[in-house]
Design a protein around this ligand. Structure first.
Ligand SMILES: Nc1ncnc2c1ncn2[C@@H]1O[C@H](COP(=O)(O)OP(=O)(O)OP(=O)(O)O)[C@@H](O)[C@H]1O
Ligand SMILES: [Mg+2]
Length: 299
């Protein structure tokens, strides 16, 4: 357990209006922590022959004890490398970064998450990752209906069910279109898990499931809250599976997506490195931000 008396905690987020940043900031303040928001474009990194510094305003970020990464953002490659670089540098300068850069990169890449889940012996739908449109088309033909999604994405964006109304003959056109808009050159195709109409999101903090919810509805098959999914109370026990999934990518503050099939089986879809908890809070009877603050900060 992390102990940081009088410690300085940074909240890394590219969204200045994020509710979870605001709520976590006030929860940490209430516990007596000094908190600083770290907005990537307000961070200045300088280097010269004799010195290298990372500051925001007049604050030297290498003095932080803990940096919680609440959203990395960065769909542009330049910003992505800058932000990953900042977190790697601060880690080497002694700042405890949660989640670690290593695990964030594992989770931002669904192919690597899938590999880690498989290595941990966890149930994942059969998945193909390729840059070959021919191989992708072949998977669709042999695994119809199936799900096409970006190798890195969030909120259900670009998650497409390929099923009967789909004219399989022009699958190449659709794959080309999807790749240009969402996939950015890589295809991730997966067996479609027919569910009872919902999936489950589990919030795992320091190896413990602190809250779960079922997500119903949403756009197409994506039940994400971000895609209009509605949170409802969950009574299916996914704790062991969610904890093992978090552990497989060394996640310390993560959201695990698990989908039940029609035979009572459970499948892990992915592990999110920067989970939200607004939806979860609707079906949880304690303050999640306060619980996270208490987990990472002990006065
Ligand atoms: N193989 C599948 N079978 C059935 N439903 C699926 C499958 N893959 C994804 N889904 C549905 O689409 C949603 C989004 O998929 P996934 O979690 O992989 O992508 P995401 O956009 O990264 O989401 P997040 O915002 O959680 O990072 C899932 O929550 C689930 O409802
Ligand atoms: Mg998801």
């Amino acid at each position: 357990m992390t102990r940081h008396s009088q410690s300085q905690i940074g909240l890394f987020s590219s969204d200045p209006w994020s509710a979870r940043v605001r709520d976590l900031e006030s929860a940490l303040h209430d516990l007596g922590a000094s908190v600083i928001r770290v907005i990537p474009w307000k961070v200045v990194r300088t280097g010269s022959t004799d010195r290298h510094r990372i500051v925001t305003g007049d604050k030297d970020l290498s003095e932080l004890d803990l940096l919680l990464v609440l959203d990395l953002g960065a769909t542009d490659i330049g910003a992505f490398f800058n932000r990953v670089g900042l977190l790697s540098a601060l880690t080497e300068m002694g700042v405890e970064v949660v989640n670690s850069v290593y695990s964030i990169l594992q989770m931002r890449n669904k192919a690597e998450t899938m590999r880690k889940l498989v290595t941990a012996g966890l149930p994942v739908p059969e998945t193909l990752i390729t840059e070959s449109i021919e191989d992708a088309a072949e998977f669709v033909k042999t695994h119809f209906p199936c799900v096409l999604k970006p190798i890195t994405g969030f909120g259900g964006t670009g998650v497409q069910l390929i099923e009967q109304q789909f004219d399989i003959t022009n699958i190449y056109d659709y794959l080309k279109f999807h790749s240009q808009v969402h996939g950015k050159g890589a295809f991730l195709l997966q067996d479609y898990i027919r569910s009872p109409g919902f999936d489950i999101r589990a919030l795992v903090v320091e190896g413990e499931v602190i809250a779960t919810m079922q997500r119903v509805g949403g756009q197409g098959i994506a039940t994400n809250i971000h895609a209009g999914g509605v949170p409802q109370h969950n009574d299916i026990d996914v704790n062991d599976l969610a904890i093992a999934a978090a552990k497989s990518v060394r996640g310390r503050l993560v959201g695990v997506d698990i989908i039940p099939d029609l035979l009572g089986g459970l499948w892990v879809l992915e592990v999110n490195a920067t989970p939200g908890w607004t939806g979860l809070q609707h079906v949880t009877d304690f303050d999640i931000s306060k619980r996270i603050a208490e987990t990472f900060y002990k006065p």
